[in-house]
Design a protein around this ligand. Structure first.
Ligand SMILES: *Cc1c(COP(=O)(O)O)cnc(C)c1O
Length: 213
C-alpha cells in the first residue's frame, strides 16, 4: 500500500507524513529504505527514543497533544509540531527552540470534528492568538499552517464538510494575518480512512499510519 499511496500523494503534490506511532524501528526502516523521510509520532517519549535509534536525516513531526513540560525532550530535533492549541504553548515551544538556536515549524490545530475528544482552537481563538503582540517576538517558531481531524464516521459528506471548514479557516487566516508571508502554506488533514477526501478538499499534508504500515 505504501508505494500506491506515495505515488498518489506525489501526483497530487501533497506531502506524506508516515505516522509511525506504535511501529518498530525495523518497520520504520523498511519505509526509510523505500525513500520515506518524514515520520509522525503522537507521543514525545516514543518520538525521542526513535530519534535516537534511527537515521538523522529523518524529519520528525509531532502530531499528538503536547504538554509544556515535555517540549524540552523534542526541541533539539523536532522539525514540525502539528498540535499548537494556545499562545502559551507556542511561547513555550519558542523558548525551547531558542536554547538550541533552532526554528521549529508549527501548525495551529483546529477543532473541526463533532467529537469533544479532539482538541483544537476555534477560529475566534486563533484570531486572538495571532493578533496578540507577543506573536511578533517569537523568532524561533515558524507558523506554517493549520491542522485538523475529521469526525470518525462513515458519512463522507460530513467528513468533506469538516475538511472544507478547515480549508476555509486556512484561507481566512492567510488573508488576515499572513498575506505577505509565503511560509503559511500548509493544510494538514486526512488520515488512512479519509485522505482522499482531504486531498479533494485542499490538504497539502496528509498523515497516514495504518494504511501504509
Ligand atoms: C494516528 C494518527 C494519524 C494516523 O492515523 P491512521 O488512521 O493510522 O492513518 C493521523 N493523525 C493523528 C493526529 C494521529 O494521532
Amino acid at each position: 500500500m505504501y508505494d500506491q499511496i506515495k505515488t498518489y500523494c506525489i501526483e497530487k503534490n501533497v506531502t506524506l507524513v508516515a505516522v509511525s506511532k506504535t511501529r518498530t524501528t525495523q518497520e520504520i526502516m523498511d519505509l526509510y529504505n523505500k525513500g520515506q523521510r518524514i515520520f509522525g509520532e503522537n507521543r514525545v517519549q516514543e518520538m525521542s527514543a526513535k530519534y535516537e535509534d534511527l537515521p538523522k536525516d529523518i524529519e520528525w513531526h509531532l502530531i499528538g497533544q503536547l504538554q509544556k513540560n515535555k517540549i524540552k525532550y523534542i526541541a533539539p530535533f523536532v522539525n514540525t509540531i502539528h498540535s499548537i492549541v494556545s499562545l502559551s504553548l507556542l511561547t513555550a515551544v519558542n523558548e525551547h527552540a531558542k536554547k538550541y538556536s533552532r526554528v521549529i515549524n508549527v501548525l495551529l490545530q483546529f477543532h473541526i470534528a463533532q467529537e469533544d475528544t479532539k482538541q483544537g482552537l476555534s477560529i475566534t481563538e486563533a484570531h486572538d492568538l495571532l493578533a496578540h503582540p507577543e506573536i511578533q517576538t517569537l523568532n524561533n517558531i515558524n507558523i506554517i499552517g493549520v491542522m485538523g481531524m475529521a469526525t470518525y464516521t462513515l458519512d463522507e459528506n460530513q467528513i468533506s464538510r469538516e475538511f472544507k471548514s478547515l480549508r476555509s479557516i486556512y484561507e481566512n487566516l492567510q488573508q488576515t494575518f499572513f498575506h505577505d508571508k509565503t511560509d503559511f502554506c500548509e493544510v494538514s488533514m486526512g488520515m488512512s480512512g479519509d485522505y482522499k477526501i482531504a486531498i479533494n478538499e485542499g490538504a497539502t499534508i496528509v498523515r497516514i499510519g495504518s494504511a501504509i504500515f
